[in-house]
Design a protein around this ligand. Structure first.
Ligand SMILES: *[C@@H]1O[C@H](CO)[C@@H](O)[C@H](O)[C@H]1NC(C)=O
Length: 647
């Protein structure tokens, strides 16, 4: 289990944080129960989509493309079975997250080595040769699955020299000038003997080669020896006949089935996670310390003073220097008659807050679930499925929150609130997905979600999520409105102009950077896993970062709102939402930086897809942090105005 270079006690914590399936557990989650094979049993090899590769050992090589291709995309001419490939059943989450798993013509027999087997011969017309060459240039990887394990390349961590398995292997080799297509695969499979003649697959490595001398010999034999690589010519008179072959090597391994994922789950640079964690923890402690001392102390003083003044005013009515007292009676108490005046556009804010609450509950529970090890990468697509299930079920919560907020704002257009809450965010997400999918369809890339899957998602949303949300709204609507502790005056108070950092933009820019600080390193790794389609499983770190983000969002917003109220500006509702939500702008900026730093462009479709998903991600962060900010401020205002006496 030792994965991070730390002392033993640290290692326990680290493995907890890195959230890996515990080797001690003999309990398997559905879909990850071991399959046993006897010698000579066929072990199926499934093929997944081709994805752009992540090359940790070659930092100069940037990500060249952001979408994946179906394995049987015609120009690749990969060998098929006689009666064509079949779809392998997948979970909804797996499909939505891009997996396209299909059967293949490979024949692997448990425990039986084979050095050279023929797959098929394929001709590459000029157009297809150009297509494949350009994919090799973009460093596309093949992704195979054998017994649920990804076929990997063995790499060494540049810092610790530790070997580990990196899922995926190269379509071809690009030496700077010529693209060379890999047409021979040496498949090395580690297997473990669970009991006599009961074997389990515990590791898969693929070593691809480019051998132009390979030739068919007879029906299913071939030669696989040679020195010259396969170079596809892009002019019309070349036939470009390529012979695909493979060899299989079985190695007995001491690794038991339960820990077979360990060598795949390699943390590149654990120190950076620790560093960022400590970094953000320090910021948060500092900030929360500052906010709580400032707030608690000044507030206590404020409240004591206000309440004392009231007493004086009552006891020595008409006698004491009233002028002095009113001069002292400054700050947030002055706006007590306006602070709970409904904001402009209460409907929109309620809908946003409802959706944000739904998103928040979904995220929190998903991360908690992942932390408990339910979503280990061996359970393919579980993350996506769980996200959809939680999001759907929390529709109830979202509707409830939106309705109660709207009621607090004395909203009138109830039907609108009922209608918009379940529609707003899903429509946005769906529209973005659909538009970007149109682009991908246009390119023939398989990153596009199939139409039937889209249909299933719409049906789930419409049949389960919408009714739940409406039911939640109805219950929220039936409950008594949350009581404001102070009465709202008839006539709105004049708001003195505020200057300096309290103006909307500077305050947002200042406040938004802090929640972003709490999450940006984990965000970077999540981006890596999205764009390089690598497993993300550092849920322990993510859990803590998420917690820190909540605390920072709440703390900075409360501080901003306190200062705002002291400046006699009572428009806190939208302001609190935007102040915390401003971190989304930093997230978007971060995405742009990542674009400049790690991605290089070969087509404008990539740009559109990248920017589209970045914008969507930022919008979700906006909703999430904005909602946290709003609720923190709401609680805060309720609390402080409850504690003063107003006649
Ligand atoms: C199969 O190949 C592997 C790797 O070369 C070797 O370790 C193993 O002994 C071979 N097995 C048999 C049955 O020849």
């Amino acid at each position: 289990m030792r994965r991070l270079d730390l002392s033993t006690s640290g290692a326990v914590l680290a493995s907890l944080l890195a959230c890996t399936p515990s080797p001690a557990s003999a309990f398997y989650f559905p879909g990850v129960a071991p399959t046993s094979y006897k010698t000579g049993d066929i072990v199926p090899l499934y093929v997944n989509h081709l994805t752009p590769a992540y090359q940790p050992n070659n930092p100069q090589l940037k990500l060249q493309s952001v979408y994946s291709y179906d394995y049987y995309h015609p120009p690749f001419h990969f060998c098929r079975e006689k009666d064509g490939p079949k779809q392998v059943r997948e979970s909804l989450g797996s499909i939505l997250f891009g997996d396209r798993i299909q059967t293949s013509p490979f024949e692997l027999k448990m425990g039986i080595n084979e050095t050279c087997k023929l797959l098929c011969e394929a001709p590459y017309p000029a157009k297809d040769a150009a297509f494949v060459n350009s994919r090799i240039h973009q460093a596309y990887d093949l992704n195979w699955l054998i017994d649920g394990l990804p076929a990997a390349q063995s790499l060494r961590d540049p810092s610790s020299e530790e070997p580990f398995y990196s899922p995926g292997f190269a379509l071809g080799l690009w030496d700077g000038e010529t693209p060379m297509l890999n047409n021979h695969y040496d498949i090395v499979i580690d297997y473990h003997e669970a009991s006599p003649n009961n074997y389990r697959v515990v590791g898969v490595l693929v070593d691809p080669f480019s051998i132009s001398e390979s030739k068919r010999q007879g029906d299913d034999q071939a030669t696989c020896k040679g020195q010259t690589p396969v170079i596809l010519k892009e002019n019309d008179d070349d036939k470009n006949l390529v012979t695909f072959t493979y060899g299989v090597y079985w190695r007995l391994s001491p690794t038991p089935f339960a820990t077979r994922w360990d060598k795949y789950l390699h943390v590149y640079d654990p120190t950076i996670h620790w560093f960022s964690l400590i970094n953000s923890a320090v910021i948060v402690v500092f900030l929360v310390g500052m906010v709580s001392t400032i707030l608690v102390r000044t507030l206590k003083k404020d409240i004591a003073r206000y309440n004392r003044l009231d007493q004086f005013a009552l006891e020595d009515f008409g006698e004491s220097g009233d002028a002095d007292d009113t001069a002292d009676d400054s700050g947030w108490k002055l706006v007590h008659g306006d602070v709970f005046r409904p904001p402009t556009n209460p409907l929109l804010l309620s809908v946003l807050v409802g959706n944000g609450a739904q998103l928040f509950a979904m995220t929190a529970l998903t991360i908690a679930f992942a932390l408990l090890g339910f979503l280990s990468p061996s359970n393919r697509g579980a993350l996506g499925t769980v996200i959809i299930i939680f999001y759907t079920l929390f529709g109830f919560f979202g509707g409830y929150v939106a309705a109660r907020t709207y009621k607090f704002f004395h909203g009138e257009s109830w039907k609108m609130c009922f209608f918009y809450t379940p529609v707003a965010l899903p429509a946005l997400v769906f529209a973005t997905f659909f538009l970007l999918n149109l682009f991908l369809w246009g390119r023939g890339a398989s990153g596009a979600v199939p139409f039937t899957t889209m249909l299933v998602v719409i049906i789930i949303w419409f049949v389960i999520s919408v009714p739940l949300s409406v039911a939640g709204s109805w219950i929220g609507f039936k409950q008594a409105a949350i009581e404001a502790p102070v009465r709202t005056n008839q006539i709105p108070r004049q708001i003195p102009p505020v200057g300096g950092y309290l103006r909307p933009l500077p305050s947002m820019a200042l406040a938004g950077v802090l929640p972003f600080f709490a999450i940006f390193v984990e965000l970077y790794f999540i981006m890596n896993s999205i764009w390089f389609s690598k497993v993300y499983y550092m849920f322990g770190f993510l859990f803590i970062c998420f917690g820190l983000m909540i605390i920072t969002s709440a703390a900075v917003t409360v501080l901003t709102i306190y200062l705002l109220l002291c400046a006699e500006n009572y428009h806190w509702q939208w302001r609190s939402f935007f102040t915390a939500g401003a971190s989304a702008a930093y997230v978007f900026a971060g995405c742009l930086l990542y674009w400049i730093k790690d991605v290089s462009w070969t087509s404008w479709t990539s740009g559109v897809v990248y920017l589209g998903y970045s914008a969507l991600l930022s919008a979700l962060v906006f909703l999430l942090t904005g909602t946290i900010g709003f609720f923190a401020s709401w609680l805060f205002t309720l609390k402080i105005y409850r504690s003063i006496k107003v006649d």
